[in-house]
Design a protein. Structure first.
Length: 365
């Protein structure tokens, strides 16, 4: 009987410590260029060694096989989102002795076509596919997935479901996330709030609209920052330093900033520090994202946390549980999983007059 592969085996193969392997496999490794290379070595070692429940070259006969289709392998493994999603999927897959396989929009350096992806799925006996639907997935790849579904492959969409798909969709409760962020700031006395996000996609616009509606209901003055700063009828693109400088340099600067997603939270935190703003004494910061509690920027960020692991668990359970539960969810509304507020060290009572230097902010902008 073959010896079970351990974290220590992966560490030796990848040339890192067992602690680093544990962090990578559990989605708790820091971002950055160095981390990107290290995480890739760990995942490659896990694949080559056949780490149980993780990545296999071929499932045992009769064992369930589930694929995960993503757009960008590199960014998927070096953000907090990807490894935590996989962790949730593995948790349920292990219960059913199922195997997971990862597919991206480029396999072996070539763009994925319908025939190529179909052959890859067949060679691994994969008939169930979880699709990470986001802006990076091309329309042609979405069409390919739809063709696979017509041919009998069962699909579960994450985040959103294209209109033509007959498949369940699992997503976080984004609308409630917007309400939780604003309600928390409102309770602390903040009445001038800025929202800083990435360039808009369907999901970001939905959260923004809910945030803006809640702001109107509560009587909160809302400013829109990077990626959502409308300029001449088009979306403006500013980096974090520019966005924060513009917001704080206006005549009525916000007393709090809300950000969408982890990269923005870290960037805005650094921009505030570079401008001499004390968080939360001068300005509060809250974010919606996937960052684990022990992975803050300089300090624990107050966050509405997306249930990433539960999304992975739910997607796999839909495929390995009874057929009736899968079919019932194909045409129903998306399965919205609850988000949770985690209060950190970056929110506090509204500052009536921030002691940061406004002249310094204006010079920076």
């Amino acid at each position: 009987m073959a010896r079970r592969i351990t974290i220590a085996d992966i560490a030796r193969y990848a040339g890192v410590s067992p602690a680093t392997v544990s962090l990578v496999l559990n989605g708790k490794y820091t971002q950055g260029q160095t981390a990107r290379g290290t995480a890739e070595r760990v995942w490659e070692a896990a694949r080559v060694l056949g780490y149980r429940g993780r990545i296999r070259t071929r499932p045992e006969p009769g064992a369930p096989a589930i694929g995960l289709l993503i757009a960008d392998r590199e960014s998927f493994f070096t953000t907090y989102y990807g490894p935590r999603l996989l962790k949730g999927m593995w948790h349920v897959a292990d219960e059913y002795n199922a195997h997971l396989f990862l597919f991206s929009d480029r396999m072996e350096g070539h763009p994925v076509t319908f025939d190529y992806l179909r052959k890859e799925l067949e060679s691994r006996r994969v008939n169930d596919l979880v699709v990470n639907v986001n802006n990076n997935l091309s329309e042609s790849l979405l069409d390919t997935v739809e063709a696979l579904a017509i041919g009998g492959t069962r699909i579960v969409a994450l985040w959103r479901r294209p209109k033509s798909w007959f498949a369940p969709c699992v997503a976080p409760d984004d609308e409630n996330a917007a309400l939780l962020m604003l309600s928390h700031l409102f309770e602390l006395g903040h009445r001038r709030v800025a929202l800083v996000a990435t360039e808009p996609d369907e999901r970001t616009l939905l959260i923004t609209e809910r945030f803006a509606a809640a702001a109107r209901e509560m009587g909160v003055d809302l400013a829109l920052g990077e990626g959502l700063f409308e300029k001449g009828g088009r979306w403006g693109v500013l980096d974090d330093d520019q966005a924060v400088a513009r917001l704080l340099g206006c005549s009525s600067p916000p007393t709090a900033i809300a950000t969408l997603y982890d990269g923005r939270a870290i960037g805005v935190t650094k921009a505030l520090r570079s401008l001499g703003c004390r968080v939360p004494d001068d300005i509060s910061l809250i974010s919606y994202g996937n960052m684990p509690e022990n992975r803050p920027a300089p300090y624990p960020i107050t966050m509405v946390q997306s249930p990433i692991e539960q999304i992975g668990e739910t997607a796999v359970r839909l495929l390995v549980d009874s057929e009736s539960s899968y079919s019932a969810c194909c045409t129903g509304p998306p399965i919205r999983l609850p988000v949770a507020l985690r209060v950190g060290a970056t929110t506090g009572p509204a500052s009536k007059a921030g002691p940061y230097s406004r002249s310094r902010v204006l010079r920076a902008f």
